[in-house]
Write a new protein. Structure first.
Length: 88
């Protein structure tokens, strides 16, 4: 999980997805935010997905991503001093 968020692009993607209105964001809205190619963005999203930080749902030609709240809570518990760990 830490390796997935160690990259600044992936950390920014995760932040954008987690804070997006409605709780989900289309990949089409993410690609214009970065000066990176679509395949590069897809690679970073795959790493986040494989780490369990986000999920993706295909709707037509687009994929909509949303953050996984339980995984984010576990990550926050580890990163926040004095916070009790979240049980799985």
């Amino acid at each position: 999980m830490f390796k997935a968020v160690a990259d600044p692009v992936r950390l920014r993607l995760l932040s954008l997805i987690a804070s997006h209105d409605g709780g989900e964001v289309c990949v089409c809205d993410l690609t214009g935010t970065f000066a990176l190619t679509g395949p590069t963005i897809s690679h970073h999203l795959r790493v986040l997905r494989e780490a369990g930080l986000i999920t993706g749902e295909r709707r037509g030609t687009w994929i909509y991503y949303r953050a996984e709240p339980e995984t984010l809570a576990r990550l926050a518990a580890v990163l926040t001093p004095g916070r009790a760990p979240v049980s799985a």
